[in-house]
Design a protein around this ligand. Structure first.
Ligand code: CO
Ligand code: ZN
Length: 334
């Protein structure tokens, strides 16, 4: 088993839908503590780890929250209706298992009378096996959050399971921090694990406002174009290296930052791909728009089946992304 898998298993296994990131924050802080000088948590729940320096302020951000569901109503038979926390696709939700913070598990299923193609999230429910509402309410209350409950595994140099998005970005930062622990650099480094990205990039901006970085790099997953019969072609493949973001729906990255990342990749002998994500956005946008504007870019891990309980990415892409970030952090001077 790779070190990447072991870290992902630990950080990825922690319960942490948007706004409920406490357990993830604790798991990350426990690992990060060894590599940095200072850890703080702000009011939004962002975890800010600093390795002090007197030169350029370089900020890396990976969101630690995950998508999930929230219980909205429990009927007399004990079936639970829910709303989404972050972007959910009904095709990923049918007859899968979810887990609440207290460990209660349930199956998401659907009203059979509605033609399958017409189903919306309103036609879905969670079945926790309760005999009625009273019993259900001893285990789940309206307002309780739940997350995908699926196994994680490593096979053929590939990781698979829930919440690569974005615990694998968190793992990437942890690996980069480890490499930088002994590095000779005067840069002032901030590794920020952000809250509430999946519900609208809510944490990252506040963290960047506090830090006032000279440059900010988000680390997250991105789509791939390497699956059979894809609708839209995309020049990013799983396993061909981390992707340097050019743009997505929320951001056009600062050209000088893209160029600096590509140069850093060259300098440390890493293959990269250029990413243009036509659907979806990332913390990069919130970082870039902070205060009077921040030079911002992003490094992405090519990932298949994003926002499903079975996301997939290559271990090598994560290792190379960490190397790239560590090199960038130490070398940045512009
Ligand atoms: Co996401
Ligand atoms: Zn993400």
């Amino acid at each position: 088993m790779s070190k990447v898998f072991e870290l992902w298993n630990e950080v990825g296994g922690a319960f942490g839908p948007s706004g409920r990131e406490e357990a993830v924050r604790e798991a990350i802080a426990a690992i990060a503590g060894a590599y940095i000088d200072d850890i703080t948590t702000d009011a939004l729940g962002n975890l800010i780890c600093r390795k002090k320096g007197s030169s350029k302020k370089v900020l890396f951000a990976a969101h630690m929250d995950s998508i999930g569901v929230v219980a909205t109503y429990i009927d007399e038979k004990g079936f639970i209706r829910f709303s989404q926390v972050g972007g959910l696709f009904k095709g990923d939700l049918i007859n899968i298992t979810v887990r609440f913070a207290n460990g209660t598990r349930g199956v998401i299923s659907y009203e059979e009378k509605t033609p399958f193609k017409d189903l919306t999230l309103d036609n879905l429910f969670i079945d926790i096996g309760a005999k009625d509402r009273a019993q259900a309410e001893t285990m789940v209350q309206v307002g309780d959050f739940a997350v995908f409950d699926a196994p994680r595994f490593e096979q053929n140099g590939v990781l698979c399971g829930p919440y690569l998005d974005n615990r694998i970005g968190c793992v990437t930062l942890l690996l980069a921090m480890e490499q930088l622990a002994e590095a000779q650099t005067d840069n002032d480094l901030y590794f920020v694990f952000t809250a509430q990205e999946e519900v609208g990039l809510r944490g990252a901006g506040a963290a960047a406002f506090a830090v006032e970085p000279d440059v900010a790099i988000a680390v997250d997953v991105t789509d791939t174009g390497d699956l059979p019969e894809r609708k839209t072609p995309m020049a990013v493949d799983m396993g061909k290296g981390p992707a340097v973001k050019v743009m997505d729906r929320s951001v056009i990255c600062t050209p000088a930052v893209c160029a600096a990342l590509e140069q850093a990749a060259k300098d440390c002998g890493i293959a990269i791909q250029r990413e243009i994500l036509q659907f979806g956005g990332t913390d990069t946008s919130a970082l870039q728009k902070t205060r009077t504007g921040v030079q911002a870019g992003a490094v992405s891990i090519p990932t298949r089946y994003i926002h499903s309980p079975s996301e997939m990415c290559a271990v090598g892409d994560v290792e190379d992304a960490a190397k790239l970030l560590a090199h960038f952090a130490a070398a940045y001077s512009a």
